[in-house]
Design a binder for this molecule. Structure first.
Ligand code: ZN
Length: 329
């Protein structure tokens, strides 16, 4: 795949290709979009195009360099992603060690940094220092879906490329074309945090959505299996796998869709709507919103947040956010 095949981003790609043609590539780019799988793909395509042996404005995809970069084993194209919650300073040091000698003359090194918002000041400074005095020509591409969390020192040194997202209905059709069922495609197209999921096989993703839909029925009808699933069942397992934000997001989207009257895709669940009062769904949405805020606080156990969300919803507690907060702390 070359850059020109990345549908929907012609404007940004033309702009990068023009910079390349005029040999005016920046030393560091900040690619922002709510879909990091896509920005990573674009970063890889750019790395290929810059170094392609054919030397055109798009990657040939067949030369040794293109193939090595595509497969992630080119010695001069490195990717760093958070090790745990943050990108660690040792990861930056390892990169510096790897790049301590000059690259071959025709090579421009490319450093791709995923989730660049998850970098502390010390690590960022170490990285910036290296970028400013590279041993060989080098381009850094920082990726994030949370530009507001990128340290100002980094923002000021990067050229910002903002990839605007495709409209939801086009995204939905793309997911259907990729083989997803309609409900899954619809829910995926509404999501911000779908990267966590898109690493999985499509059947696994569909299974998670199906589990969540079944689980939400248990949640809303007061069934005790809702809490058990959080403690020892499939949700416990999902949380362990780190799919924390995507899971709460699917729940929120699903509950909100439920409140809308025109959801044709949910006809198979129509019977449920009769039994569940609208105010119960509203309460569940309120609690899921509280949960999604709390899940961003690292000091709180994710499982405890989910448990409290279930308990508050099933006990029909009209608690305010502060009350909830106190239960967990
Ligand atoms: Zn090539």
């Amino acid at each position: 795949m070359g850059m020109n095949e990345m549908i929907g981003h012609e404007r940004e790609i033309n702009w990068l290709q023009a910079a390349m043609k005029q040999k005016r590539l920046a030393h560091a780019y900040l690619f922002t979009d709510n879909n990091q799988v896509k920005t990573k793909q674009l970063a890889i395509q750019l790395a290929k195009t810059i170094n392609c042996e054919q030397g055109d404005t798009d990657a040939c995809d067949t030369c040794t360099t293109c193939v090595q970069i595509e497969h992630g084993n080119h010695p001069d194209v490195l990717t760093i992603q958070p090790d745990g919650a943050y990108i660690k300073i040792d990861q930056v040091r390892n990169m510096q060690e790897t790049f301590r000698y000059r690259a071959p003359d025709h090579i421009t090194r490319v450093l791709i940094i995923e989730s660049a918002d998850r970098m502390r000041v010390e690590t960022a400074n170490s990285l910036l220092k290296f970028l400013e005095e590279p041993i060989s020509p080098m381009v850094a591409i920082l990726l994030t879906d949370k530009k507001e969390r990128i340290l100002p020192t980094i923002q000021s040194r990067c050229q910002w490329v903002r990839f605007s997202s495709l409209p939801a209905h086009i995204q939905q059709q793309k997911f259907i074309d990729d083989g997803f069922d309609q409900t899954t495609a619809h829910l995926l197209s509404q999501m911000q945090y779908r990267d966590e999921l898109l690493q999985l096989e499509s059947q696994e993703i569909e299974q998670i959505f199906q589990n969540l839909i079944t689980w939400s029925k248990a949640l809303l009808t007061g069934d005790e299996s809702a809490l058990l699933d959080v403690q020892v069942g499939w949700i416990a397992n999902e949380l362990e796998q780190g799919r924390i934000h995507s899971l709460i997001e699917i729940l929120l989207i699903w509950l909100k869709e439920w409140m809308k009257k025109e959801i044709a895709i949910f006809t198979e669940h129509r019977s449920l709507r009769m039994r569940v009062k609208e105010e119960n769904v509203m309460l569940a949405i309120d609690n899921a919103l509280i949960a999604s805020r709390l899940l961003h606080k690292m000091e709180i156990s994710n499982q405890a947040v989910w448990e409290q969300m279930v308990i508050a919803t099933q006990e029909m507690r009209k608690s305010k956010q502060d009350d909830w907060h106190m239960i967990i702390m």
